[in-house]
Design a protein around this ligand. Sequence first.
Ligand code: CA
Length: 448
Amino acid sequence: MRGRDTKVRMLGRLAAAAAFAAVGATAALAQTDDRYPRPTSAITGSIPNQQQSWSGEPGASGHPLMQPDAILAAVADFKNCIERMWPDAARRNISRASFERFTAGLEPDLRIMDLMDAQPEFTKAFWDYIDALVNDERIAKGRDILKQYEPTFAAVEKAYGVDRYTIVAIWGIETKYGAVAGDRPVIRSTATLACVGRRQAYFKDEFLAALEILHRGDVKPELLRGSWAGAFGATQFMPTAFKRYAVDFDGDGRRDVVESVPDIVASTANHLKKAGWVTGQTWGYEVMVPQGFNYMLADPAHRLTLAEWARMGVQRVGGGAFPRAGDRAYLFVPAGARGPSFLMLDNFRVIMKYNPAEAYALAIGHLADRLRGGGPIAQAWPRDERVLSRTERLELQQRLADRGFDIGEPNGRLGAKTRTAVRDFQARNGLIPDGFATASLLDRLRGP
Ligand code: CA
C-alpha cells in the first residue's frame, strides 16, 4: 500500500508543478522516488490559466508517448478509448446511463501533457518553501477553523486517534483551506491521462474511480474539480484514494470531501490512520546537535530511540526531555550542518505517505505545531546559500557518478541516493558530511 499511496500522492501533487514553475519552484528537494517531477502541493490545482493550450512540444521526459505525433494519434482515438473502458466501468456497477451522462462530449485537455512533463530549471530553497507554506495568515486561518469546528475535531480525534492539528495543517498546506483546490473537471483530466501520454494504465484506474464517485453521487458533478492529475477536495484526494479512505462522517449517505467539513476531516484522519498514524505521538522535534557531531548518522535508515539520541547530546530546542523516550526517530538535516536539525518520528513517515515531498511534510508538521501554539523554527537557515539550477544539479550528479559514487540515473533531483553520495564525497575530502549540495561543493567537484 505504501508505494502505491506514495505514487498517488505524488501524482496528486504534480498538478501544481506548472503553476509553481511560473514562480520558479520545484524539484530541488530530496525524495526517494525520482520518477516524477517535484510535487508542489501548496497550490495544487490553482492553475490560473485554464485557457492556456497545449504547447505542441515533445515532453521533457522523452517518453515516446509524450511525442507530438503520439499525442495527436491518441487524440484521434479519444472517443474509442473512452468506449473501450465501458466494460470495466460496467464491472464496477456503473450504469450505462451514468457512463454516457458523465462522458458525453468529453474532450481531452492537452495542456495536461505540458504540465505532466514540466521540469523547471530553477527551484526554491528548502527554507523558502517552509516560509511560503507556514505564514501568519495560514496559522490564523487554521486556528479559526479549529475553533469553528471544535466539536467535529473532537469527535474525529476520538474516532480515529489522529491529531487534529495535523489534519488542519494538511488542509492548510494542500489547498490553503480549500481556497485553491483546483478547477479542472476530474473526469476530464483523468480521461485525458487514461487515453493520452505516458501514464495511461495508472490513470485508467483513476478515471474509473472518478466515474464511480459520480455514479454514486458522493460529490456533485459540477464540484468534482481539482488538480490536473485529478486530486480534488480540501485535502486533495485522488479518486482511488477517495475510494479507499473517504468516510461519511456526517451520516447523510454521501462521502463528500468537497462540501462537508465532517467528511473532509474524518476522511483525512482515516487516510492517516490507515497509513499507520501512531496515536499520541507527534511528527518530530527540532533539535540541536552537539559540536563535532558525526553527520553520517543523519540518515533515514539510521533510527534510534529518542533516549539514545539524547545520550549522544542531541537536545530539544528550548530544552526539556523528550516525551516517549522509547520512540524511534531519524535525524533530518535538510540544509546541512549550518541549518536546523530535526528528529523525525514514525508519524513523519505517515505524513510523507500523504505528501512525499520532504519540504511539504515538514511544513505540515511545523504548521501543526504552530496551530498548537508552538513557536517558529529556532535555528537559522543558511540563507546565503545559492540554490543550484537544474543544469547544475545534473552536473553535480554526473561529476559524482564520474568519481564512482552511486547516484542512480542523473535526473536533476537531489534524492536520497544523491545525498548519500554527497555525504560520502564530503567524508572522503575532510568536509562535514551533511549531504547538502551547495555551489561550493559543486566547485570542489569541478576540481581535480
Ligand atoms: Ca456525508
